[in-house]
Design a binder for this molecule. Structure first.
Ligand code: PLP
Length: 348
C-alpha cells in the first residue's frame, strides 16, 4: 500500500445524507447556462462531436497561452491520470511525490510496476519541493504534484512552482494535477501553460468536476506538449468518450465567469465559517485553498466516520502517521452548519 493516505473508493451503498461532504463536489450544482446548453444539446445527441471539441480547445488555448494541439479533452481528469500512470510505469522506475496526496495515479502506476516514493510533506502540509529535487535519481520517471493538494487543501506559491518546473522538467516530466486550481483567486493562480508553450515537459491535468460542478457529467483535459499528448493518447479512452451533451454544457460553463466567481465566493464564505467554528472548538485546521479542508481529530477514524454518517453527514477520514484526520468537503452554509452541529455531538 502507498503511504499517501489518498482517496477511499466510493462505497457501493450510501446512506441517505443530509449533508454530502465527502467527494469535493460543487454543492451549488451546474451553472444555469450549462443546464440550458445541456438540454439543447439533447437535440443533436445522434451526432458525433467534431467541431465542438475545437471550439472548447480554442477558448482554453487562448486563456492558457498555448495552442489547441497542446490540449486533449477527456471524460473527467481521471482518464488523463490513468493514462499517465500506465505510460510512465512502463518498464518500471520510480514516481516521486509527497505524502499525503491523491492516490489514483500512484496506485495505478504501482500496480503496473512503478515504485512510488512519497516523501514527507513540509510541516505546513505542503509538497516539499526541495526534498523532491534532492531525490531526482536517474530511475525517476515522473514527479507527481497536486496543487491545490488533496486532501490537505494547501497550495504552492505560483513563483515557487514555476521555478521548480523550470529546473526539474528538463530532467524529469512533471505532472501537475490542478483539479482544484479554479479555487485560487484568479490573480494568484499559477500560469504554467507558458511552460508547455515553451516546450517544457510539464503535464497539467484539469477538470470541470469541481468549480463547474461536472463531477457526474464528466469533463476534463490535459495541457502538454503535442509529443507528450501523443504518448498518452493510446492509454486514454479517446476524446469521443466525452458526450456531446457534456461538451456543449462545458462550452457554456467555461464562458460563464460569473457562475465560477459566484461558486468560488460561496465556497470561500462557507470554508471560512467552518474553519472559524472548528478553531473555536479547539481544533487546528490546515489552511485550505480548495473546496474541502483537513484537520486532526481526537477519535479513531472508524468510530468518528460511522457516527457522522449515522447522523446523516458524509465526510472522509484519513489515518496518517498514526494521527486520525477528518476531511470535510465545503457544502452550502446550511450544510456546514449541520456539519458543525453534528461534529459537536459526535466528539462530545
Ligand atoms: N485529481 C484530484 C486531486 C482529485 O481530487 C480528483 C477527484 O476528486 C481527480 C483528480 C479526478 O476527478 P475527475 O476525474 O472527476 O476529473
Amino acid at each position: 500500500p502507498i503511504k499517501t493516505a489518498g482517496i477511499d473508493s466510493p462505497p457501493d451503498t450510501m446512506p441517505k445524507l443530509r449533508a454530502r461532504l465527502l467527494a469535493n463536489e460543487n454543492p451549488l450544482g451546474i451553472a444555469p447556462s450549462a443546464k440550458e446548453a445541456l438540454t439543447k444539446a439533447a437535440d443533436i445527441g445522434n451526432r458525433y462531436a467534431w467541431t465542438e471539441f475545437a471550439e472548447l480547445k480554442g477558448m482554453i488555448a487562448t486563456d492558457e497561452g498555448v495552442k489547441p494541439n497542446n490540449i486533449m479533452m477527456s471524460p473527467g481528469s481521471s482518464d488523463i491520470l490513468m493514462a499517465a500512470a500506465t505510460h510512465f510505469a512502463k518498464g518500471g522506475g520510480t514516481i516521486l511525490t509527497s505524502a499525503m496526496t491523491y492516490d489514483d495515479l500512484l496506485e495505478r502506476a504501482q500496480k503496473q510496476g512503478a515504485k512510488i516514493v512519497a516523501l514527507p510533506m513540509t510541516k505546513e502540509y505542503k509538497f516539499d519541493l526541495a526534498a523532491i529535487k534532492a531525490k531526482l535519481t536517474p530511475d525517476v520517471k515522473l514527479v507527481y504534484l497536486v496543487n491545490p493538494n488533496n486532501p490537505t487543501g494547501t497550495i504552492l506559491p505560483a513563483s515557487e512552482l514555476e521555478a521548480f518546473c523550470r529546473e526539474v522538467a528538463p530532467k524529469v516530466p512533471v505532472f501537475l494535477d490542478e483539479a482544484y486550481i479554479d479555487f485560487y483567486e484568479p490573480a494568484e493562480r499559477p500560469k504554467l501553460g507558458k511552460l508547455v508553450a515553451e516546450g517544457h515537459n510539464v503535464i497539467l491535468a484539469r477538470t470541470f468536476s469541481k468549480i463547474h460542478g461536472f463531477a457526474g457529467l464528466r469533463l476534463g483535459y490535459a495541457i502538454a506538449t503535442p509529443e507528450t499528448l501523443k504518448m498518452l493518447k493510446p492509454y486514454t479512452n479517446g476524446e469521443f468518450a466525452v458526450s456531446i451533451t457534456t461538451l456543449m454544457a462545458g462550452i457554456a460553463s467555461y464562458q460563464d465567469k460569473d457562475w465560477q466567481n459566484h461558486c468560488r465566493a460561496e465556497n470561500a464564505k462557507a470554508r471560512d465559517y467552518t474553519a472559524k467554528a472548528l478553531t473555536g472548538l479547539g481544533y487546528e485546521v490546515i489552511p485550505s485553498s480548495a473546496n474541502f479542508m483537513l484537520f486532526p481529530i481526537r477519535m479513531k477514524t472508524k468510530s468518528f466516520s460511522e457516527q457522522m454518517f449515522a447522523s446523516g453527514i458524509g465526510i472522509q477520514t484519513r489515518d496518517f502517521n498514526g494521527q486520525p484526520y477528518c476531511r470535510v468537503s465545503i457544502g452550502t452554509m446550511d450544510e456546514m452548519a449541520m456539519f458543525i452541529d453534528g461534529f459537536k455531538k459526535v466528539v462530545g
